[in-house]
Design a protein around this ligand. Structure first.
Ligand code: EPU
Length: 293
């Protein structure tokens, strides 16, 4: 019996992952499952747990590099319409894990619910953004988070106040739990000044970062305490450095762009080279911000 027996209607095998990521790089997933609600998600996790099957959750693939060999396990995608539901109960907003983050930001602002405008220009799903506390210099998702409903890796469903989940700089205490739904607490207020702030942040990114159409996964490294990774990489002379089809952006040194013909290995080699150079120049050990599968 296959480990996914009974889940055939939502399970595909050997599914290319490249087209599901912003980088458009990397090999296939051995299995890809699309659970249709939280109970089905919990059942899939329980089964994977019982059979010792490795799994990952894929959101928009905006912060992800899949290796050329792909992922030899189960990739779970919360793409069913069930996962796109948002409930407005001002000042609370309940959003399921598959909701598109940029759309959520816009729809809260449209309703005069303020707080998320600092997340302007950040791609991804609510689930992915929560798990890694997506954000930038203008705030992070957890700043407005009140509670999270998630499935543990053994398939149990639980609700927790955000305060108990150890959110930090691009991290959370969610570990390998899967976000099901989040509850945000926003501030009812004046829409126009918030839209103004949203547009200003968007324009700032537009002018300092590579275009969204460029194949990248955003910032590659975390900012080490007291430093900007982009500046360290820039000062190490890495802008424009190429390896195969991968190139360190000349616009912002913490972005690695994939050109046509690039492989994941090109990006990984360039990451290693950049780390090495910064370490040699400064003694600082850069840590990855992008996820690598
Ligand atoms: N800098 C350079 N050279 C460069 C790039 C940056 O000297 O090539 C300098 C800038 O002049 C600035 C400093 O480094 O003084 C910081 O750069 P920036 O203002 O662009 O912000 P960042 O710290 O590099 C962070 C997030 C971004 C987010 C922006 C804006 C991290 C690792 N990065 O970038 O997030 O968009 O703030 O809020 O925390 C991402 O998560 O993928 C991402 C891009």
């Amino acid at each position: 019996m296959d480990w996914f027996s009974g889940f055939e209607p939502i399970c595909q095998t050997d599914v290319p992952l490249a087209e599901l990521t912003w980088y458009r790089l990397g090999g296939p997933a051995r299995w890809l499952l699309t659970p249709r609600d939280e109970d089905e998600l919990a059942a899939v996790l329980r089964r994977a747990h019982e059979h010792g099957v490795r799994w990952r959750v894929l959101g928009r693939g905006a912060n992800l590099l899949v290796r050329d060999t792909g992922f030899d396990g189960a990739v779970i995608v919360l793409s069913h319409v069930y996962w796109e539901h948002v409930d407005f109960e001002p000042p609370l907003v309940h959003a399921r894990a598959g909701v598109d983050l940029p759309r959520l930001v816009r729809s809260t602002l449209d309703r005069g619910l303020l707080g998320l405008e600092g997340l302007a220009g950040i791609p991804g799903t609510v689930g992915g953004a929560t798990r890694m506390n997506a954000g930038g210099r203008h705030g992070a998702l957890a700043d407005h988070l009140r509670a999270v409903r998630f499935a543990r890796s053994d398939g149990t469903l639980v609700n927790r106040p955000a305060a108990e989940l150890a959110f930090g700089y691009r991290t959370s205490g969610l570990g390998d739990a899967v976000v099901v739904q989040i509850t945000l607490e926003l501030e009812p207020g004046d829409r126009e000044p918030a839209m103004e702030r949203f547009r200003a942040i968007w324009n700032e990114k537009y002018s300092t970062q590579p275009p969204v159409a460029a194949r990248s996964a955003g910032c590659v490294f975390k900012n080490p305490p007291g430093h900007a990774a982009g500046r360290l990489l820039d000062e190490a002379g890495l802008k424009g450095q190429r390896h195969g089809g991968a190139e360190i952006s000349s616009r912002h040194a913490n972005f690695i762009i994939a050109h046509p013909g690039a492989t994941s290995q090109d990006v990984l080699d360039l990451i290693a080279l950049a780390k090495e150079r910064v370490h040699r120049a400064t003694g600082i050990e850069l840590e990855l911000e992008v996820e690598v599968w």
